[in-house]
Design a protein around this ligand. Sequence first.
Ligand SMILES: Nc1ncnc2c1ncn2[C@@H]1O[C@H](COP(=O)(O)OP(=O)(O)OP(=O)(O)O)[C@@H](O)[C@H]1O
Length: 494
Amino acid sequence: MNPLAASTAAIPPLDLTGKGGFASLGPAFFTALQPTPLPQPHWIGVSTDVADLLALDAGWMASDEALQVFTGNARLPGSTPLASVYSGHQFGVWAGQLGDGRAILLGETPGGLEVQLKGSGRTPYSRMGDGRAVLRSSIREFLCSEAMHALGVPTSRALCVTGSPAPVRREEIESAAVVTRVAQSFVRFGHFEHFAARGQVNELRLLADYVIDRYYPACRSTEQPGGNAYAALLQAVSERTATLMAHWQAVGFCHGVMNTDNMSILGLTIDYGPFQFLDAFVPGHVCNHSDTQGRYAYNRQPNVAYWNLFCLAQALLPLIGDEEQAQAALVSYKTVFSDDFMARMRAKLGLTAQRAGDAELIDHILLLLAKNGVDYTIFWRRLSHAVAQNDFEPVRDLFADRAGWDQWLLSYSELLALTDKAVSAHLMLSSNPKFVLRNHLGEQAIRAAKQGDFSELQTLQRLLQHPFDEHPGHDAWADFPPDWASSIEISCSS
Ligand SMILES: Nc1ncnc2c1ncn2[C@@H]1O[C@H](COP(=O)(O)OP(=O)(O)OP(=O)(O)O)[C@@H](O)[C@H]1O
């Protein structure tokens, strides 16, 4: 087919004729442009769940036209591709103008879902970059987006990954790939910082009104005398961010690059770069090898998010108009985070109600896990089975400090005795996943995919889509990481 030719299908298989989306904000917010084609595209992976979400026809999804569209080689009618401009703080320092340097928004569905290609070529915001993404990082983003969704963590979704033999230079020569991402919105804190930093208050207001009208309409109800919709927006974003952090901490997820341009205004997990699920519970774990100061260590994530919210508050200040109100909008962050985190941890412990002593119990087990370097995911899953079967020996085996474990188990048993055992076990087995996307699992799928074998990727995808199920015959994917896992180096080079 003719690359860049518009589709001739009578009914667009992917309907991107949604109106009033990001493109309606006007040219100050983006540059309209087409993706840059890639030669000889091929499929790497598809999420049928996301295809269903977009009401995509399975036959069309398997077609060459779909392959070309999702590689950036063909256009759909109604599509208005654009790259948006934003700025941001990177590693705590103002980085100035950034923008979609390798992402292109294809458009929006009538149902309000934005569809974006990542790795689809240079844009005016590419700076020194090549506008491309490589197979390795694209597979990681694809698998993790869908894994996080299945874990119940708010996230952008991934429809598919396509690959091309086109070479891309990173630390070595790799091959190009494109991820098709889907979210209600890809607006970031950095979009607001961009216009605030330039004193473009009209654009700042346009953007804030757009976000409020579409995603936070309840903020308008505060527009009685004394109400402030922009302060209400800040508070709502802050609380969603707090909830996101509680999710991340509870599931043992390290993002790796929590720059303000990677913070979603909707409280979604976005930009899967050097992320990692914890293996052993090491609170200070840093998953990004480029993060030499440990700014984005696992245990610093909730504080970093709060710092990022201060940047957002600063950006919204011209609209809020009053520093005290801006500060007040951030006050609930800490309680929302800690209430949500504690509720998640109680569920992981199978405790169905808040009771005196549960906070100490949670603090104590996290200390013991850290002291003994216990595998985070395996611990919680074994504990769930232990409660179900009333046999705690397999959990005890995980601790070098047996006396410490025995002491904790005594306190835990007291609280557990107040709940119905079957209810607790059920809660735990649906709160503590058996399967998470450990680095070495992703790596195995990537190595095989580089050889043209996608079976490992598909197996992993299937397991991660239902991470709380047992999946008999697949215990190896839920096992401890092999020794070589610690030598996998994931950095910002993607
Ligand atoms: N290969 C590249 N070519 C052009 N721009 C890039 C490239 N890699 C990163 N950038 C840009 O550098 C900035 C920071 O990169 P970061 O790694 O946070 O984002 P990303 O992974 O490219 O994208 P996203 O946040 O959309 O998932 C962004 O403006 C991004 O578009």
